[in-house]
Design a protein around this ligand. Structure first.
Ligand SMILES: [Zn+2]
Length: 99
């Protein structure tokens, strides 16, 4: 017998949002730029960088997680044995079950 359980999504850590890859790339570049120039890129340069990559305005920094479709939870089938041993372990730790 298997039971459908819900677990926190590992992709977005249960937030339902993931940081956009393009922003991650940009931030790394901007950090590098700051190291070399002592200041971050100008707004114009930022816009130009995104424009070169096909973004005519700044894309949103976070988007809905594809793994859990933004719910922050993923459905996981677990066998009843697995659940029983989990409950048993919790029971031991909380002292409700004597090992
Ligand atoms: Zn997720």
């Amino acid at each position: 017998m298997e039971v459908l359980t819900r677990e926190k999504c590992k992709e977005c850590y249960g937030t339902g949002l993931v940081y956009s890859g393009i922003w991650k790339e940009f931030n790394e570049l901007d950090d590098q730029y700051k190291k070399e120039h002592g200041h971050f890129m100008s707004n114009e340069d930022c816009e130009a960088w995104f424009r070169e990559r096909g973004y005519h305005k700044f894309p949103s920094e976070e988007h809905s997680c594809g793994e859990c479709e933004g719910s922050g939870l993923i459905a996981v089938w677990k066998s009843i044995d697995e659940i029983a041993s989990m409950v048993f372990n919790i029971g031991i730790h909380t002292g409700h079950i004597k090992p």
